[in-house]
Design a protein around this ligand. Sequence first.
Ligand SMILES: Cc1cc2nc3c(=O)[nH]c(=O)nc-3n(C[C@H](O)[C@H](O)[C@H](O)COP(=O)(O)OP(=O)(O)OC[C@H]3O[C@@H](n4cnc5c(N)ncnc54)[C@H](O)[C@@H]3O)c2cc1C
Ligand code: FES
Length: 1288
Amino acid sequence: NVHALTVHVKDFVFLYILSTVSFYSLVAEVYIPFISSSITHMTRHHPANSCLLPICSLHGAAVTTVEGVGSLKNRINPIQERLAKCHGSQCGFCTPGMVMSMYALLRNHVKPSMEQIISALDGNLCRCTGYRPIIDSYASFAKEQTCCQLRGTGQCCLDQEELGCSSSAGVVIKLFILTFLKTYKSLSFPPQRMAQEQQRKTLIFCSKRTTWISPSTLKELLELKAKYPKAPVVVGNTSLGLNKNDCDDYHPVILHPLRIPEMQVFSITDDGIVVGAACCLAQLRDILMETIPKLPEEKTKIYQALLQQLRTLAGEQIRSMASLGGHIVSRGSAWDLNPILSAGKSVLNLASDGGKRQIFLNDQFLAGHKHADIEPKEVIVSVLIPYSTKDEFISAFRQADRQKNAFSVVNAGLRVLFSPGTDTIVDLSILYGGIGSTTLSARKSCEKLIGRQWNDQMLSEACKLVLEEISLPPSASGGKVEYRRTLLVSFLFRFYLEVLHGLHQMVRTGQELHIRISRQTARNFWFSIYLGIREERDVDPGQSPQDPVGRPIMHQSGIKHTTGEAVYIDDIRPVDGELSLAVVTSVKAHAKIKSIDISEALQVPGVINVITAKDVPGKNGNDEEEAFAKDKVICVGQIICAVVAETLTQAKCGAKKVKIVYEDLQPVLTIKDAIKHNSYITKERKLEKGDIEKGFKSADKIIEGELHMGGQEHFYLETNSVLVIPRMEDKEMDVYVSTQHATDVQKLVASALNLQSNKIMCHTKRVGGAFGGKITKPSFFAVIAAVAANKTGRPVRFALERDMDMLITGGRHPFFGKYKVGFMKDGRIMAADFQCYINGGCTKDESELVIEYIVLKVDNAYNIPNLRVRGHACKTNLPSNTAFRGFGFPQAGLFVETCIVAVATKTGLPHEKVREINMYRGVNRTAFKEKFDAENLWKCWKECLVKSDYHSRNTKVEEFNRKNYWKKKGIAIIPMKFSVGFNATYFHQAGALVHIYLDGSVLVTHGGIELGQGIHTKMLQIASRELKIPLSYIHFCETSSTTVPNGKYTAGSVGTEINARAVQDACQILWKRLDPIRRNNPKGKWEDWVSVSLDVFVSSRGYVTDMNWKTKKGHAFPYFLYGAACSEVEIDCLTGAHKNIRTDIVMDASFSINPAIDIGQIEGAFIQGVGLYTLEEIYFSPEGEQLTLSPDTYKIPAVCDIPEQFHVYLLPNSCNSIAIYSSKGVGEAGFFLGSSVFFAIRDAVAAARKERGLPLDFTLNSPLTVERIRMACDDIFTKMVTVFPFLL
Ligand SMILES: Cc1cc2nc3c(=O)[nH]c(=O)nc-3n(C[C@H](O)[C@H](O)[C@H](O)COP(=O)(O)OP(=O)(O)OC[C@H]3O[C@@H](n4cnc5c(N)ncnc54)[C@H](O)[C@@H]3O)c2cc1C
Ligand code: FES
């Protein structure tokens, strides 16, 4: 009885846009202009997460992927152009997502505010850039007058279009071509879609298992709901869609109400505003922003509270898809709007085929009580959100692990109604999220408080009652029990003060003290406009304008990153006969494998085979690690077998059907366990300097302490991916792989297949982020795919999903350090004894090298005359940890700085004074007798003190802290001596192959791999200088084992410089070969000279280094790099939240080959360091299973985490005679400087503790999360939680 359009869908309804609409699978987002309703007839542009978007929901929408925004084939969009030219991409994997977010914003708002720009990027993650260049480039679209500050002169590129952004006119293209923006015409909504939509037919999509129905009228929807009461009403699919991966979990019928006008309404009524249940949360936010100013303030208290939550709830992509109705009905524990909607007495307008009714969105509805819930055949049509009144106060609170785009740890909605003109409570509602399985109400507590006056006695009674009623057992899921309980009362206190402040204005209670406090507690942190300064050095005025060395040349793939045309492994088009692969991993940390039953898996349609260790014709891994576990598993996540199938879904279903029987063995999981069981990967590494016993004897005081540091996930945006294509002849294989070490991939695949290396061709065009995580691991994934390809004779693609990648690969080593430090009253450290432990996990991997580096680098910038360091790499049953940017130094550095702080605390001296007094001076020797000059260390330090205006800001911080009780500021300045490269010559070798073709074009190849660090861009700059030709003549294609054999891994900050030497040598040889031709034709051009094609392969040996652990002497590192960073933060003592206010970095990059790239590396590494030290936390179950396996649970820094002011300066007048063009490798060094934020937070916590009369010699472990910060600011509320332990 309906006019229906029925479409048969091939597989099942949740086809994802990545695999169907987009040409390049990289596209992360789409925008969908909906003809939103017959009421508004407006087109809205929604950024969306493609992975959650059911394709059927897109009918009637116009979808734009990044290819539609602009491409090199047609024309690039100003959004793409600005991002690329502002150096806003490094590995480029996140870049199309950034473009789409901005594109959606600009389609909705032509001149957005900075707040809107930053909000638009809330849901986008970038692991490389540190966000600052992205914000800088998009700030150019803002309505506020923002300045890119790129030259550090206060001048804006936009104002100087004629001059361009670089003094090197002719080489560097101007930053922004504004005329382009004016002439650029965006796609408009296709008229035929509008016409289709106006026909308003019911749409039915059928697949084998699921029918998707999108009715066009409410009546039809209600009839369908009566017929299919169990059918979900899917709008945004952001709640329901999270279980999409389960092959056995599906809905036979899905109803989609987005085209029903009644569910899209917005109206202002006498009782409040009515919002359609299908309105998305971004629409709700915009409606509230428009409506609030039009209403009397007293009526808008609930709207303001909702708006506050909507500003931080999820990211813009989720806010743009998630509906109000879906939010209310799915009732997630941490959903932010339900507590406040409930406290504000919102009403749900329900409808069914039996009629309409209204129910309250109250605690009983939220608890799912049958009498208060919606019936299966009912839907929510709209929600009435009532006005507040004069005597009413409503507030919302939330605290998450990260300020934005993270589920709340605890949230709250609180409302109080007073008898008119008094402070007597007439009605009270307190609801909390994040505690139970849904929002919980402290109903009984509220009832007991009715009739009470709003005063301190009421508050302490309320806290006690709430802690009793909202129970949270010690074993509660989600952990953080004390912190969460503290937040319950902290929020209550904050509400108390806010109300007191309001009452004071109304009834003048006269409690002045509280009112003063109230002003600072009521405000949440606001993230203001970010200003960045990148102070680069100009090239020599005499340098040829054509010579690009030393200039801020855009990343060679910059534009392609922004258009989505840069190809990563999973973007390579499927090849004929290609199979997908999914792995079966161990669920036990330590066990014998009794049996593997693959019979059921083989029955799954599409499954071709199951591959186990028995199928490996050659060696199953390397000497240290198996590719497939054979008889025993040694960690959760170890690969046991692999299922290959026609599609990935089939392979995953097959993997689920493999049955493995284990016999448990005792696991060792922690460093403590390993010490107890004497479980180590390598022998102890030890260094000694001076006479430690004598040193301790001469000291005035001795302190001892410990530091624990958590590990870190690499969280590269491109997960491990490999495509193996067997060739028809001679058992050759092409391996396309995302790796930092193609030679290792080649070696391991060849040995697994029992072939010579010359049969395996490895290709890596670019890698979507690696940070050390793709040195050793990709070889094993390649072996697995290659064995599968060998067995089936078909190409095999193996691209890990995020959870699998995080489960299997390990990360940075967790660290435990014990220190004993002897020092004088004036702060001089006389002796130190350090014991360092790392958790290496289940195999050796890079752990030996990492512990060696910790021992070698632990002195950082300090000359400790008597020093003993002992290092141990523990062997446990966790996934094997591996290399990570900084390679042990971030752990070692934090450890020694902790000792410095401990000394400063004991002596009462300013921290920077203790640092200065102990810093290396002049020409010196390390503990392993390597000579170096500390002059640039001091230059960086002094420059940083000046640039950051440290001393006067320190005074202001103290002043702020004197005036504020619940908010504190902290400031810290940290010096750094970073050793570049490796402690063995082997790693410093490289090769390059340069071809000059007859037309004069040049192809450069080398052994380094593009990880986002701009290595190829720099190589082209070098070739351009050496061959004296413009950059446009030179091309780089891919890193391949067929062109440059035996490449070493691209890591350790030296990847660029060692390959650069090889490219330079090759080019110089070719230039020499052209000598006679040039002499014969001195007036000729390059093209005239290149009459014969030329090529040359050069294998070059870079730095010679060594470390002799027997003699404890060595020239372990080619050279040292120095830096300093000063950071200022503000913390909220009640919640533990912190805001990064400002960071100034001075880095001794010597002569930078490309300052834009180098500064990008410094900024990106710094923010990654901020992640390690303040945010990123990995949890394991007591059985050794990693629990943080997605961006939901593992938080890397987002846009909201970068300092509001972020300044990077390169030290002038520095040179490095041993590196090419006197440059220095800065890829890793900035990472450790992120610890300046850690110590600034510590400084703020110390200020809070001092004011509360608490001991100052406290230890803070890393990461310094909201939980740790809050609990360290010990106060009456943390005490309340421990005073009533029986309540736990
Ligand atoms: C990455 C991510 C981050 C998030 N972060 C946050 C956050 O920080 N804070 C927060 O509060 N929330 C957060 N959320 C949760 C989000 O708010 C909810 O998932 C969302 O509001 C649900 O709306 P939806 O339209 O997508 O629901 P859907 O998934 O489409 O539907 C959910 C359920 O609601 C039912 N339903 C929907 N509409 C109706 C109706 N009109 N009548 C009857 N039943 C209906 C459906 O049957 C279904 O059972 C996040 C979600 C994701 C995926
Ligand atoms: S450039 Fe953003 S993740 Fe690499």
